[in-house]
Design a protein around this ligand. Structure first.
Ligand code: G1P
Length: 289
């Protein structure tokens, strides 16, 4: 069994939930405190031991490439002005991890986005991280899943219980609970209405997938909305091999949603050494009645 070395980051979505902020900038570049969302997920992958990443971009996403690139003028200017601390912050981002890019020319769904990474991933297992899902945890969420993968050898999907009324926002799995947070998945469906949902176990944007998923996605038909869903591909893969759901440890924020984004902003700011105390003090002065 090969270990997981590469991670794919689909970042071609249109970001309509954040318009007009995302009219001229990618949603992945919206800042949580002072780092863009995409940087948190890339740092999570790096902390888990991922060696290289593939970002699937699309039109209007150049800022993501610029962010992980060196910025000659900025670095030169900071160097000349003796701003060593800022220089270190800027260099840390471009030195983070080797990145390759591939474009998804039309927004045909998450499954289609991942398919674009086929040649850059090659014939090995890989991780997928969705930038809308920010997970705060002691051990990086994708690292927890890599551990499960190494122990059991099956593809792994991060899952979390959600309120039954929210099933329409997620892929939902059916399965049998085993020990240690593992659910042996028996079925899955994309965004079912509450009355049709097989459970309240929702798929969160972290996956460990085998290279076979690419062949499956190539054969997966688009749904009624014209999108090739990753969940549909996974449901087909499940007919050929076992897939594990994993109830990860950590707090997940839906940063692709305005309220979730605000929650993450407040909690991440409160945790910051340089800001937390003053921010907490400020929050206490607010009349929240
Ligand atoms: C995607 C997946 C869905 C999953 C969700 C997690 O949906 O299609 O199965 O539950 O990510 O965030 P999206 O939120 O991109 O519509």
């Amino acid at each position: 069994m090969r270990s997981v070395r590469v991670a794919v980051f689909p970042a071609a979505g249109l970001g309509t939930r954040f318009l007009p902020a995302t009219k001229a900038q990618p949603k992945e570049m919206l800042p949580l405190v002072d780092r863009p969302l995409v940087q948190y997920v890339v740092e999570e992958a790096k902390a888990a031991g991922i060696e290289r990443i593939v970002i699937v971009t699309g039109r209007g996403k150049n800022a993501i490439e610029d962010h992980f690139d060196t910025s000659f003028e900025l670095e030169k200017m900071l160097e000349e002005r003796g701003k060593d601390d800022l220089l270190a912050i800027v260099r840390e981002v471009s030195d983070l991890i080797p990145v390759s890019y591939v474009r998804q020319k039309t927004a045909l769904g998450l499954g289609h986005a991942i398919l674009q990474a086929k040649d850059l991933v090659g014939q090995e297992p890989f991780a997928v991280l969705l930038g809308d899902d920010i997970v705060d945890s002691k051990v990086p969420c994708i690292g927890q899943m890599m551990q499960v993968y190494e122990e059991r050898g099956n593809p792994v999907i991060a899952i979390q219980e959600v309120s039954p009324s929210q099933t329409q926002q997620y892929g939902i799995v059916a399965g049998e609970r085993e020990t240690d947070g593992i659910v042996r998945i028996t079925g899955m469906v994309e965004k079912p209405a509450p009355e049709k949902a097989p459970s309240n176990l929702a798929i969160i944007g972290r996956y460990i997938l085998p290279p076979e998923i690419f062949d499956v996605l190539e054969e997966t038909r688009s749904d009624s909305g014209g999108e090739i869903q990753l969940t549909s591909g996974l449901a087909t893969l499940l007919e050929r091999q076992p897939i594990d759901g994993y109830l990860f440890e950590g707090k997940r924020y839906d940063a692709g949603d305005k309220l979730g984004f605000l929650m993450a902003t407040v909690e991440f700011a409160l945790k910051r050494k340089d800001l937390g105390r003053d921010f907490r003090q400020y929050l206490r002065t607010l009349d929240l009645s």
